[in-house]
Design a protein around this ligand. Sequence first.
Ligand code: MRU
Length: 348
Amino acid sequence: MKINPIDWDGNHKQGRAIIIDQTQLPAREEKISIETPSQMWDAIKALKVRGAPAIGIAGAYGLFLGVRNAKDKEDFFSLLEKNFHYLKSCRPTAVNLAWALERMKRKASDEKESTLDSIKESLWKEANAILAEDREVCKTLGEIGNTLVKDKSNLLTHCNAGALATSGYGTALSVFFTAFACGKKIHVYVDETRPLWQGARLTAWELQKENIPCTLICDNTAGFLMQQKKVDMIFVGADRITAKGDAANKIGTYSLAVLAKAHAIPFYIVAPLSTFDFSLESGSQIEIEERSPLEVSKPYNLPIAPENIPVYSPAFDVTPSQYLSGIITEKGIVHAPVTKEKLASFLR
Ligand code: MRU
C-alpha cells in the first residue's frame, strides 16, 4: 500500500506540502504543491485533500506554512492565531481538523521561551508527528478490526475511509487491507456515495490497486443486498464521535446503519481517538457541513438536473450509538451497547 495523500517535501525552512489532488482520481494521480495557508484552505474546501484524519494533517501543515515566515515572536504568535481560526473555519464537521490545529497551537505555546527558529522547527516536527502517528494508528485499527472478519465474508463500506482519507492506510479500509493481506477471501461492496462519488472514485480505486475483489453499487442498492443476505458486515469511518458514541460520517451512513439493524447485520465504525469529541454529548450538537447545491445538480460540471432546482446538500449525517455494533479504535473495540460510561472508561 503506497498511497501518500499528503506529505512534506524538504525541510522546515524551504519545504512544502505535497498532496494528491483527489478530485482528479481515478482518471489521474496528480500531485500538487501547497506553500501557503490559503492554498491549503482552498485544497481542503475543494476536497482535493479530504477525509477526517487527512484534513487534520493538512491543517497542521497549513498552520506551519502560515507562521514559517514570521519576522519575530510577536509576529509568529499573531500569525498563529490568525491562521488557526482561518484553517479551522474550512470544514466544520470532522473534528480531526480542529484537533490537529489545537495540538499545533499547544506545541507552539509550550515552546514559547525558545528561539523563533526553534519554535518554527518544533511546529514543523509536530505536523510530521501527527502524520507519522496516524500511519501507526491506521495499521493498528486494521489489525484490531481484522479480528472480527471471517474468511469468505461479504463486506460493505460507504464513502472513502481509506489511505486517501488518512496518512496512507485508512480506517475502515485498513480492516479490509489487513484481512486480505492475512489471506482471508473477502469481497467488498462499495457504495458509490453520492453526491461526489468518493466510494466509486476513491474506494474502488484503492481496493482495485490492492487486487481486493469488490463490486460497485449505487447507494440505494445496499438495502436490497442486505435483504438478500449478501452482506455479512459493514465497516465505515467517522468524522466526529460524541461522548455517548453518536457518529457523524458521510451522508447516507445513517440509512445504512438503520438498514443493517433491521437485517441484523453487524455495523462498525472504525476511527482513531482523534475523531472523538468528548465536549459534545450527543449527535444533535454536531455541526453538519452543507455543500454547494451544484455538487448535487451539476457534479463535476455534469448537469444532471434542471437548472436552478432547489437542492439540499448536507455532507454528513449522524448515526446514533444504538445502531452501532461497536466502535473500533486503536485502543480496542467498544462493543454494543455503546454508552457514554463505557466510552469514558475505555478511552480516557
Ligand atoms: O467529505 P469527505 O469526503 O471528507 O467525507 C469523508 C468521510 O465521510 C469519511 O468516511 C470520514 O472522514 C472518515 S475517513 C477515515
